[in-house]
Design a protein. Structure first.
Length: 180
């Protein structure tokens, strides 16, 4: 394949989407702290969603609660890996998926660095609880968490479809499609 046939690089798309989602995450966390601090959960959408401020020292499902510093280091590694691969991306789908993961990792990393109780120990601001308050049905989350999950799902789907980050379709996928 000559270079004239290669799809355009998607590093700029990664940066644009990541910055937009990161800004949305930070803005919603600032708003949640300002409005929900010390308040009872706010029931919206007929109880399908509750807005409630929680500060999470761990990961989803309250895992690794005492290991905030480790979660921060993992986020730094994820951010570095995505920044390293971004210039090589030629797939729009991969660019979107990685941008969402990047924005989510950065959003929660900002909390872990700049929020109490201290650097690399800060608690993440979570404020969305679905179907019941207090995370009784599903863990309380934020925009960054949603971005990580959506980006991760998109990356898994692309992988299952044989879509490579460089814009090509894997040989395995081409062979299985041809055999069908």
């Amino acid at each position: 394949m000559n270079t004239e046939q290669l799809p355009q690089r998607r590093g700029g798309l990664v940066a644009l989407i990541a910055l937009i989602v990161l800004a949305l995450d930070l803005a919603t966390k600032i708003l949640a702290v300002a409005v929900l601090e010390g308040q009872e959960p706010v029931r919206i959408l007929g109880g399908a969603v509750y807005l409630q401020l929680l500060r999470n020292p761990g990961a989803a499902f309250s895992m690794a609660t005492g290991m905030t510093w480790l979660l921060a280091i993992i986020a730094i590694i994820v951010v570095g890996a995505i920044i390293w691969i971004a210039p090589k991306l030629r797939s729009t789908g991969w660019a979107i998926g990685l941008a969402l993961v990047l924005a989510g990792a950065l959003g929660n990393l900002v909390d872990r660095i700049f929020r109490a109780p201290g650097v690399l120990q800060g608690h993440v601001v979570d404020f969305v609880s679905v179907f019941a308050p207090n995370g009784e049905v599903w863990p309380v989350f934020n925009v960054a968490d949603s971005a990580i999950v959506c980006g991760g799902i998109l990356i898994v789907v692309l992988t299952l479809l044989g879509r490579e980050f460089d814009g090509t379709v894997s040989k395995r996928r081409k062979q299985s499609v041809a055999e069908e």
